[in-house]
Design a protein around this ligand. Sequence first.
Ligand SMILES: *[C@@H]1O[C@H](CO)[C@@H](O)[C@H](O)[C@H]1NC(C)=O
Ligand SMILES: *[C@@H]1O[C@H](CO)[C@@H](O)[C@H](O)[C@H]1NC(C)=O
Ligand SMILES: [Ca+2]
Ligand SMILES: [Ca+2]
Ligand SMILES: [Ca+2]
Length: 331
Amino acid sequence: MLTPQVYFDSFKMKSLLKYFVLLFCLHFNDGSQSFRCDYTYNPIVRGWFKHIVVPANWYDARLRCALEGAVLASPTSNKMRTEITKFINVSGNEEACTEIFTGIHATFAKGAYISVEGIPLSKIPQFWAPNEPDNKEDKESCLTLNSNGDLADVSCDTTRPFICYRAVDSKKRINECGTIDPEYRLDARTNSCYKFHTVARNYSRAFFTCYAEGGHLAVINSDTEATVLKELFARYPGGHMLGNFWKDVAFVGIHDWGERWDFRSIHGKTLVETGYGTFSGGEPNNFTPGEQCGAIYRSGKLDDLWCDRPAPFICEKDPDYPDVCRAETDE
Ligand SMILES: *[C@@H]1O[C@H](CO)[C@@H](O)[C@H](O)[C@H]1NC(C)=O
Ligand SMILES: *[C@@H]1O[C@H](CO)[C@@H](O)[C@H](O)[C@H]1NC(C)=O
Ligand SMILES: [Ca+2]
Ligand SMILES: [Ca+2]
Ligand SMILES: [Ca+2]
């Protein structure tokens, strides 16, 4: 690759115009070859891998990768199979942890196996473990890969470690919020980034979603930040949200941690320490059958809300976390 130093040495011979063209190209590649640093770039498959060692069921594994901006990795080619298998061998020691979930599944229709990217099983190199596939008791619709590179069908509700994969995509750029997700926007008043989720989820799922995106449920640290969130909420009228749920309240990062009425931020501080504790009139009211999770009304004021019922929610993200890494490519 042409470094700026090398370039300056040959500058005399080039026109100013070419210099700017080169600068533009370097800058463009910079965006296209960058991704969050918790992923490792693999030049052989021209993509990024992350090994998630805490076992999850297949549905959570798929969602986690998707929310991180990747896909649940599948051995869709011989190259992918070899590289994923190497990854298992390097990272897994225990016998039980050397089998991972792949993105190959038949959760839409029994027996109709496709990868999460939509590649049918018939186009994928198939090496099966002994006595597999057996669709035991007609309950196995997700495929695992072991450290020999062999597949097996297992129940999607069992848990396995897994690998997320992101192919290099020159069209997607890392934005000012340090993510490829264009819905995160920086607010200069707080120097934080925010995303309003109109797809309603319960508190646990909402927390999971913000976490996977590299953020957390919004923690309101000042009156100013409450105003920022109030303005954000105003951009999403109820008519823009699909589904049957209450559209004037959105989950944020406060919770009673199982201690009724003792609301704290999800980062462990009291609301006073956090910097904002203004509840709406009559709230918190612990409305039947009990409200232990925190939310804001369209007014920007706080409410206690049912944890298990879906609601829209707001994620907050530090523009510098997770770090963004540039791939060592020769382009
Ligand atoms: C991974 O390890 C297994 C045995 O532990 C071995 O059979 C297999 O060839 C290894 N795969 C790679 C890609 O190194
Ligand atoms: C939250 O939603 C997920 C996904 O729909 C569901 O699996 C989980 O049981 C729900 N949790 C609670 C506490 O309701
Ligand atoms: Ca099986
Ligand atoms: Ca904040
Ligand atoms: Ca309430």
